[in-house]
Design a protein around this ligand. Structure first.
Ligand SMILES: [Zn+2]
Length: 557
């Protein structure tokens, strides 16, 4: 007797082979038979008319903190995501000495836009080692977690304040290598580093002070395990990105490790640069190097208010300084002072096309309610003012709690994005799930791949899209026993309607500890999500109490 049988399924098994009809029998968390299977089971699911695929793997998330209060990684799980990779971009939550906790919270706040209050009220800091952090999140895990260890954390542990001042000496490098080895032994899938990020004082993060000698030594340790190096390159510049591609390729060949960099966006103004980056990536793959660029499916949308700092303003030093370093009252005072206001407006003029397109998304006052949904150009016209003035005025009228949306800022030319997603050496990812919680909601990037690029644009087959989100990702990351529907593999499964699967509209919820808000999206067309043979979410019952998630690849001993 099987534990579970999924009957009448259209099976897309993750390998890229054509869909076929059959049943899937599951026993002890694994697929035991597939195809022409019969027999009895404790539970059966009728998947008639539905597509059954391996659970999706999201390779670029920042769920590190959320996993401490939400082992289901909501709402990613409801979109069919059964494995997530946290710890990207040089930041993880371990290994971390008690004295560095607030420093790390500051970096998460600045780089990943996670509120201080969520850490203060949602996190009980009772670990220091990577192993103990994994034990903590494992208590309540509904999804699988393939965790990266952040390079900035290794530096902070070994070098303290000096981690943000200088290169490391040989002893310090040796200690970082031994820390990394411990993390990999405990189950880390690799290490992440960043060449661009800044902390909450706008100083470079620790990983940016590493010299090549240090990075080589750490890559050599990754090579002992064959594990991943993830980096954030200077993604805004094609030539600098190409230099990083070459650097990663050299490390990949020398230490026989996979490497990946994110993000890579394509816009009208950088299409030629992206072509050059891809040409170099393909040349490097031809030499045997593995240098996977991560490309997201969705266009870039950014929401903001002046109540919290937004990375949208990072290229406007005066605006950003005020948002980052001023209190609520100081921001109101700056907006109200004619001289400061004039200075801000002058600086905003550098990006004149942006402001008129911003949409007023949300306000509290009844008086401004009729303006919600209008662009700043429309509001400026009604009020007889300029778009930037309208934005400042609305913010003052709403006591800074006016929310704006910059929609379709880039990565929105379907033809260009589709051709990039179809490149054999492009890795689909970069959702940033769990981060930037008031700026955008990336849940459903997977559904969007199907709705936009499989159905509407006809740019990719269903089988290829599934393969890219499942077995290809598992292969790239060395995630074992996941990504294919075949006997012996873990039964991580998504059941969905291929004509319906999509991401829902973005909306605002208050489910972050410390009365925090974030934007989320529901899934559309997803029917059932199974982790290790147990239903973890279904459209009918919602989230279940199943906690079968594992750490992947898991401890070595
Ligand atoms: Zn990231």
């Amino acid at each position: 007797m099987f534990d579970l049988i999924i009957r009448n399924a259209t099976i897309v098994d993750g390998s890229g082979s054509p869909a076929y009809s059959g049943n899937i029998a599951i026993q002890d968390g694994r697929i035991s038979e597939i195809g022409d299977v019969d027999g009895r089971a404790h539970r059966s699911i009728d998947a008639g008319g539905k597509t059954v695929t391996p659970g999706f793997i999201d390779p670029h998330t920042h769920f590190d903190a959320q996993l401490l209060w939400d082992g289901q990684a909501r709402p990613a799980l409801a979109h069919g995501v059964t494995t997530i990779v946290p710890g990207n971009c040089s930041l993880s939550l371990a290994p971390l000495k008690a004295k560095h906790r607030m420093k790390l919270v500051g970096m998460f706040n600045q780089i990943e836009e996670m509120p201080h209050k969520a850490f203060a009220e949602g996190v009980e800091w009772n670990w220091e080692s990577f192993e103990d952090y994994l034990t903590r999140i494992s208590e309540n895990l509904a999804v699988n977690v393939a965790p990266l260890v952040g390079h900035s954390l290794l530096r902070l542990w070994v070098m303290d304040d000096d981690s943000m001042q200088r290169t490391a000496n040989d002893d310090e490098i040796a200690e970082m290598c031994s820390m990394l080895r411990q993390c990999l032994d405990a189950g880390a899938v690799g290490m992440s580093t960043s060449f661009v990020d800044m902390d909450e004082t706008l100083q470079p993060v620790p990983s940016r002070y590493a010299d090549n000698h240090e990075l080589e030594a750490l890559a050599a340790v990754l090579g002992e395990f064959g594990r991943m190096l993830q980096i954030v390159p200077e993604f805004y510049d094609g030539d600098l990105t190409i230099a990083r591609v070459d650097q990663l390729a050299e490390l990949s060949r020398k230490y026989d490790i996979p490497t990946t960099f994110s993000p890579l966006f394509v816009n009208r103004d950088n299409a030629a640069a992206v072509d050059r980056v891809m040409a170099r990536v393909n040349e490097q793959f031809a030499t045997g190097a593995k240098v996977w660029p991560q490309v997201q499916t969705r266009p870039i949308d950014i929401s903001f208010s002046f109540a919290v700092p937004s990375l949208l303003f990072i290229r406007f030093p005066t605006w950003y300084r005020i948002m980052r370093f001023s209190s609520h009252d100081e921001i109101v005072a700056a907006f109200s002072d004619p001289d400061q206001r004039e200075e801000l407006i002058q600086e905003a003029a550098r990006m004149a096309p942006l402001w008129p397109t911003l949409v007023l998304r949300q306000v509290a006052s009844a008086g401004n309610q009729p303006l919600v949904g209008k662009t700043l150009a429309e509001i400026a016209e009604i009020r007889g003012t300029t778009p930037v003035d309208a934005m400042i005025d609305l913010s003052l009228e709403e006591d800074l709690d006016a929310h704006f949306l910059s929609a379709n800022m880039g990565h929105n030319d379907d033809e260009r994005v589709a051709s990039l997603l179809n490149e054999p050496n492009v890795h689909i990812g970069a959702s940033d799930g769990g981060a930037h919680i008031l700026s955008f909601s990336t849940y459903g990037d997977t559904g969007y791949l199907f709705s936009r690029f499989v159905r509407e644009c006809n740019a990719m087959s269903l089988e290829t899209a599934v393969k890219k989100l499942t077995s290809e990702t598992a292969d790239i990351w060395g995630i074992p026993e996941r990504g294919l529907l075949q006997p012996g593999y873990k039964a991580d499964i998504a059941i969905f309607d291929k004509e319906q699967i999509d991401r829902g509209d973005e909306y605002y919820v208050q489910d972050v500890p410390g009365d925090g808000s974030r934007y989320v999206r529901d899934s559309i067309g997803v029917d059932t999500v199974i982790v290790a043979g147990e239903v973890a979410w279904s459209a009918v019952d919602g989230y279940t109490s199943s906690v079968r998630g594992e750490i992947l690849p898991g401890a070595t001993a």
